[in-house]
Design a protein around this ligand. Structure first.
Ligand SMILES: Cc1cc2nc3c(=O)[nH]c(=O)nc-3n(C[C@H](O)[C@H](O)[C@H](O)COP(=O)(O)OP(=O)(O)OC[C@H]3O[C@@H](n4cnc5c(N)ncnc54)[C@H](O)[C@@H]3O)c2cc1C
Length: 411
C-alpha cells in the first residue's frame, strides 16, 4: 500500500515503522512541518539541560533511512483532497496516497488576545523550544513569566530555573496543574517549585499579551501589566486540524475516530494528540494528549489501514512529573468519585478515587513505587470494596491480596 503519514511525532513515526514492518513492499512517505528528525517532546527539557540527543531523537536520527521510508522535513500540509486521495503541501505540490495516516499532533492553544504576537513564546515543539532556550543562552533573558501552570508550563519552569532564569508562573485557577492534580497533591508540587525558586501567583487571569517583542508583557483582568524578558504561553494544547477544513474528515475538538482509528473518510486513519479517542475507563471521547497513547494509537492505526483488524481498548489518562525533585503521578479521573481514600506521611501523599467500589483515579506524590499496581487495579476494573480502607496505606499488601484471589475480586 502507498501510505502518506502526516507528522513524525510519536504517533506518526510509530505508524510508519509499523507499516514498514507489516508491509515491506509498500511505500511510506512521512511529512513533518519541522526541520528535525522524529523526536520525543517529553525529552526536550532534558536535552536542553544535558545536551543529550539519544532520548530526544528516540528512534535514532537515521530511522527513516533504516526503515527505507521517505521522510520530508519542513513541509506543511495545507489541505487533504479526499476525492483524489492527495495531500496538498503549501506551495501546491500534491502527493497521492492509497492510505493516509493523520498524526499531526497538537499545538499551543492560547485563546488570549495577542497570543500570536512574536514576543509570545511557547515550549510546545522543538522549533519553538529552541527559539526560547536560545534567548536564555544568548544572555538576553534573565527572567520569565509563564502563563499557565499545566504540565508543560511546570516542566518549563523547572528547566528555566535550572538554566539560571528567574521564573514566575501565573495561573488563573487556585493551584498548579489544576486539570490533573487535586489541591493537596498540587500543594506538594508547589512546595517543590517554590524551593527551586519559582514564584507562583494564583487567581491571576491574563486577558492580553502586550508590549514590544524584546520586552513583552501581559495584562491581567484587573488592568495591571507585568513584563519579563521572556513571556511564555503555556495555556493548553489544541489538535492540529486546520488543514482538514472542507476535507470531509469529521472533526470535533480533535479528529473523530472509531475503535480502529478510522476517521469518517475511508482509507484515512488518525492517531495521537490529533485524535479524539475513547477513554479506557469512562468511554468518553476526548483527546488524551500523552506519549504512550500516541504510540499505541499510531501502531493500531497502521495495522487497521493494512487490513489487520485490531481494536483500540481505550486511551489512558496519566501524567507524571519527573524533574520536580519530588516524584508525582496522576492517573485516571478525579471527577465524581463516591469516595476517596488517602494516606499522608511527612514526605508522601497517596489519594485514591473510587466509584462503585472501583478505582477511577490515583494521585501519588513523594512515593510513586505503587503506581504500577494501582494502574493495574484501575485498568482491570478490580473491585477493591473490601480492602478500600487499607488501599492507600503503603504497608498494605495489595498485590498479594489481588493476585492471590483474583476471581473473588475481579468482576
Ligand atoms: C514539553 C512537553 C513535555 C511532555 N511531557 C510528556 C510526558 O512527560 N509524558 C507524556 O506521556 N507526554 C508528554 N508530552 C505529550 C507528548 O509529547 C504528546 O502526547 C506526543 O508528542 C503526541 O504525539 P503525536 O505524534 O500525536 O504529536 P506531536 O508530537 O505533536 O507530533 C506532530 C507532528 O506533526 C507534524 N505536523 C503538524 N501539522 C503538520 C502539517 N500541517 N504538515 C506537516 N506536518 C505537520 C509536526 O511537525 C510533528 O512532526 C509532553 C509534551 C510536551 C510539549
Amino acid at each position: 500500500m502507498r501510505v502518506v503519514v502526516i507528522g513524525t511525532g510519536p504517533a506518526g513515526i510509530t505508524a510508519a515503522e509499523t507499516l514498514r514492518n507489516l508491509d515491506p513492499s509498500g511505500s511510506v512517505v512521512v511529512l513533518s512541518s519541522e526541520p528535525f528528525p522524529p523526536y520525543s517532546p517529553p525529552a526536550m527539557a532534558d536535552h536542553f539541560l544535558s545536551g543529550r540527543e539519544q532520548t530526544l531523537f528516540w528512534k535514532g536520527e537515521d530511522i527513516s533511512d533504516r526503515l527505507g521510508i521517505k521522510e520530508r522535513r519542513d513541509v506543511v500540509v495545507e489541505a487533504v483532497d479526499v476525492d483524489n486521495k492527495e495531500v496538498v503541501l503549501s506551495g501546491g505540490e500534491r502527493i497521492g496516497y492509497e492510505g493516509l495516516v493523520i498524526a499531526s499532533g497538537s499545538r499551543l492553544y492560547a485563546p488570549i488576545d495577542g497570543a500570536e504576537y512574536p514576543g509570545v513564546l511557547n515550549f510546545k515543539s522543538l522549533r519553538t523550544a529552541e527559539a526560547l532556550v536560545e534567548r536564555v543562552r544568548s544572555g538576553e533573558a534573565r527572567n520569565a513569566l509563564i502563563v499557565g501552570s499545566g504540565f508543560i508550563g511546570t516542566e518549563l519552569a523547572i528547566l528555566l530555573t535550572d538554566l539560571g532564569v528567574e521564573v514566575k508562573m501565573v495561573e488563573r485557577l487556585s493551584w498548579v496543574m489544576p486539570r490533573v492534580l487535586d489541591s493537596q497533591t498540587a500543594e506538594i508540587a508547589e512546595k517543590a517549585l517554590v524551593e527551586r525558586g519559582v514564584r507562583l501567583q494564583f487567581g491571576a487571569l491574563v486577558t492580553q499579551f502586550v508590549g514590544d517583542p524584546r520586552k513583552p508583557a501581559v495584562r491581567f483582568e484587573n488592568g495591571e501589566e507585568e513584563s519579563a524578558d521572556l513571556v511564555v504561553a503555556a495555556t493548553g494544547v489544541k489538535p492540529h486540524v486546520e488543514f482538514l477544513d472542507g476535507s470531509g474528515v469529521a472533526v470535533n475538538w480533535g479528529i473523530q475516530v472509531d475503535d480502529r482509528m478510522f476517521t469518517s473518510v475511508p482509507s484515512v486513519v488518525a492517531a495521537g494528540d490529533v485524535a479524539e479517542a475513547a477513554d479506557w475507563l469512562t468511554g468518553e471521547r476526548y483527546v488524551h494528549a500523552i506519549f504512550p497513547n500516541a504510540v499505541v494509537q499510531g501502531r493500531l492505526a497502521a495495522m487497521n489501514l493494512l487490513g489487520i483488524e485490531s481494536r483500540y481498548e481505550g486511551a489512558e489518562a496519566m501524567n507524571s512529573l519527573k524533574h520536580l525533585g519530588v516524584p508525582i503521578v496522576a492517573m485516571g479521573t478525579m471527577s465524581n468519585p463516591d469516595e476517596t481514600v488517602s494516606f499522608r506521611s511527612d514526605d508522601a501523599l497517596r489519594t485514591i478515587y473510587l466509584r462503585d467500589g472501583r478505582i477511577i483515579g490515583v494521585q501519588l506524590a513523594g512515593d510513586i513505587s505503587s503506581a504500577g499496581l494501582y494502574r493495574s487495579l484501575m485498568l482491570r476494573r478490580t473491585n477493591v470494596e473490601h480492602f478500600r480502607n487499607e488501599l492507600a496505606d503503603p504497608s498494605f499488601e495489595v498485590a498479594r491480596l489481588v493476585f492471590a484471589a483474583p476471581s473473588e475480586m475481579v468482576a
